[in-house]
Design a protein around this ligand. Structure first.
Ligand code: ADP
Ligand code: ADP
Length: 217
């Protein structure tokens, strides 16, 4: 049976960092809605143009646009055996659309690890985040620094600070998270699929806790 995993948690908690590690270990694709939007912006598509104004302000892109983009991605053949979703769903409506979509493939969300950390930790992490231009690899100037400042260890491309990692936007994103995404915690808890994990530990400790949940054998 296909394994669809949803990584839940506030901005900056470490979803992208962990998703890249887990996807490789589990040999399933990592699908990041934020990365898909950023790719569309880079390629100047219509979808990118639509998403950009919302992203710059730290608001959510409208559900119908986001759901359409994820549907197109999950329908690709590499997702037949499952996928690791990072940043989607972010609203109850998106979660319901995901259930309906996976049901079409005879699949469902099997497990929802929920990473937690205090808002002060999130702000500290986002304000020191450096992202790789080519493939979205993630670094932190203090906690996970690249070997050479400004250069990605993995593919040698330039590292940049995301426009929406500015302090005012970060605060808005965290507020938007508590208003619109936090209700998903109860949604998945009621379905019996939620596993809470302390995200305020070293990267390797969080990975170990995640592996214990997604691969319990
Ligand atoms: P998210 O995808 O949830 O927004 P990221 O994975 O992009 O979070 O991580 C946000 C920032 O925090 C990055 O700069 C990343 O290097 C750093 N980071 C991720 N996990 C940890 C951790 N366990 N401890 C310290 N810093 C971390
Ligand atoms: P982070 O993990 O640091 O919160 P993301 O890269 O996941 O950031 O998302 C960046 C921005 O992309 C969000 O602030 C939002 O504007 C948009 N976005 C990403 N995923 C979604 C989603 N599922 N629904 C609506 N907007 C989204």
């Amino acid at each position: 049976m296909a394994t669809y995993i949803v990584l839940l948690g506030p901005p900056g908690v470490g979803k992208g960092t962990q998703a890249k590690i887990l996807a490789e270990r589990l040999a399933i694709p990592h699908i990041s809605s934020g990365d898909l939007f950023r790719e569309n912006i880079k390629n100047q598509t219509e979808l990118g143009r639509l998403a950009q104004a919302y992203m710059t302000k730290g608001e959510l892109v409208p559900d119908e646009v986001t759901i359409g983009m994820i549907r197109a991605r999950l329908t690709m053949p590499d997702c037949k055996g499952g996928a690791l979703l990072d940043g989607f769903p972010r609203t109850i409506r998106q979660a319901e659309a995901l259930e309906a979509l996976l049901a079409e493939f005879g699949g469902r969300v099997s497990c929802v690890p929920y990473l937690t950390a205090e808002p002060a930790v999130l702000v500290d992490r986002l304000s020191g985040r450096w992202t790789c231009r080519a493939q979205g690899h993630i670094f932190h100037e203090k906690y996970n620094p690249p070997q050479t400042p400004g250069i990605c260890d993995l593919d040698g491309s330039e590292l940049y600070q995301r426009e929406d990692d500015k302090r005012e936007t970060v605060e808005n994103r965290i507020r938007v998270y508590f208003e619109q995404t936090a209700p998903l915690v109860e949604y998945y808890r009621r379905l019996g699929r939620l596993f809470e994990i302390n995200g305020d530990q070293p990267i390797e400790a969080v990975t170990a806790a995640l592996l214990a949940v997604v691969n319990p054998s």
